[in-house]
Design a protein around this ligand. Structure first.
Ligand code: NAI
Length: 342
């Protein structure tokens, strides 16, 4: 009798990006396959290569694929400079209303950093603030840049942060603003946080100004757990937090909306090392681990993370950016070997 394989096959849009994108994507896809997750990858273009083929950095085909699959894994793309193109990332976030940007920062074994007990998560509002792109010329010497904050935007991101905390067994959520200066816009963000927290009595809360947060983060980051904040502060603070765990090369991120999510490494397309086979796929791999957790492939996500950390800990096959001399292929093959023995 034929035995049916009941494990789920996932349909996921794959954007392998520009520069080092295709190299790190190939490595990550092989690792996911080796972990036994069944995925139909729907390969699509965005960025420079998309522009060359479709005369658009974000073709309709790519949008339609994400609309259909609801989930995408995206490698970094090159933003043409001085051409007036809107950032593809900002376009994607707007189109799919990916209002929550989630950036966990936790120490990685073997990467030496000033602190060895960092374990925090930045929840960044992803659609409003100055990223709404509203700027007006008042006169030749005066520009009016709008910081757009809405009640709906504040409510959904604060709620997201609390729900995330509960789902991920986290104890504390802090709100980060500059409400002492931005009394109306950040004031609304802070007041909304105070309203939303009433529904989550099990979660400890605190309030902190963004400048003080930056100082505290570089002195004592372990005091923080989940931190929710408006878009611009989140953009800056999440890079600071990536620095606490070894830099952008190892940092992961997820952009999450109501019914769609895009997972991506936070570093760029690294044109200086493209096509050399030496790029570190860790950032994209850890973003893929977030994706596997999101699609409920939790066992495979854990297996991949354990294998990655084992390779990191042994330190024999690290890529150049981490002080080693391994190629992308050697590093990823070592992870695959660990997967098969565990
Ligand atoms: P970048 O992050 O590409 O590179 C900065 C430095 O880090 C370079 O020395 C690079 O070699 C190194 N690096 C980055 N990722 C690495 C990896 N995985 N392994 C080893 N080394 C790595 O930043 P840059 O040079 O400012 O931007 C290059 C392009 O990427 C630009 O067109 C920019 O707009 C785009 N970009 C795209 C992003 C995205 O698609 N999410 C995010 C940031 C930048």
């Amino acid at each position: 009798m034929e035995i049916l394989n009941l494990s789920k096959i996932h349909n996921i849009t794959l954007i392998d990006g520009d520069g080092i994108g295709p190299e790190i994507t190939e490595a990550v896809v092989k690792i996911i396959e080796a972990a036994g997750v069944k995925i139909n990858w729907d390969k699509q273009l965005a960025g420079i290569r998309a522009y060359e083929k479709y005369n658009s950095v974000l073709p309709d085909e790519t949008i339609k694929s994400i609309e259909k699959n609801k989930i995408a894994l995206k490698a970094p793309i090159t933003t043409p400079i001085g051409t007036g193109f809107k950032s593809v990332n900002v376009q994607l976030r707007r189109h799919f209303d990916l209002y929550a940007n989630v950036r966990p920062s936790k120490n990685i074994p073997s990467i030496k950093t000033p602190f060895d007990n960092v374990d925090l998560v930045i929840v960044r509002e992803n659609t409003e603030d100055i990223y709404a792109g509203i700027e007006n010329v008042i006169d030749n010497d005066t520009i009016h840049g709008v910081k757009l904050i809405t009640k709906k935007g504040c409510e959904r991101i604060c709620k997201f942060a609390f729900d995330y905390a509960i789902k991920n067994n986290r104890k504390k959520v802090g709100v980060v603003t500059k409400a002492n200066i931005s009394k109306l816009a950040d004031g609304m963000f802070l007041n909304t946080f105070r309203e939303v927290l009433q529904n989550y009595p099990q979660i400890e809360t605190h309030e902190i100004l963004v400048d003080n947060l930056c100082m505290q983060l570089v002195q004592n980051p372990s005091q923080f757990d989940v931190l929710v904040m408006p878009n611009l502060y989140g953009d800056i603070v999440s890079d600071l937090c990536a620095g606490l765990i070894g830099g952008l090369g190892v940092a992961q991120s997820a952009n999450i909306g109501y019914d769609c999510a895009i997972f991506e490494a936070v570093h760029g397309s690294a044109p200086d090392i493209a096509n050399k086979g030496i790029a570190n796929p860790t950032g994209l791999l850890r973003s893929a681990v977030m994706m596997l957790n999101y699609i409920d492939e939790k066992d495979s996500a854990k297996k991949i993370e354990n294998a990655l950390f084992e390779v990191m800990k042994e330190g024999k096959y690290l890529t150049k950016d981490l002080g080693g001399s391994a190629t992308t292929k050697e590093f990823s093959e070592e992870i695959i070997k660990k997967l098969s023995v565990n």
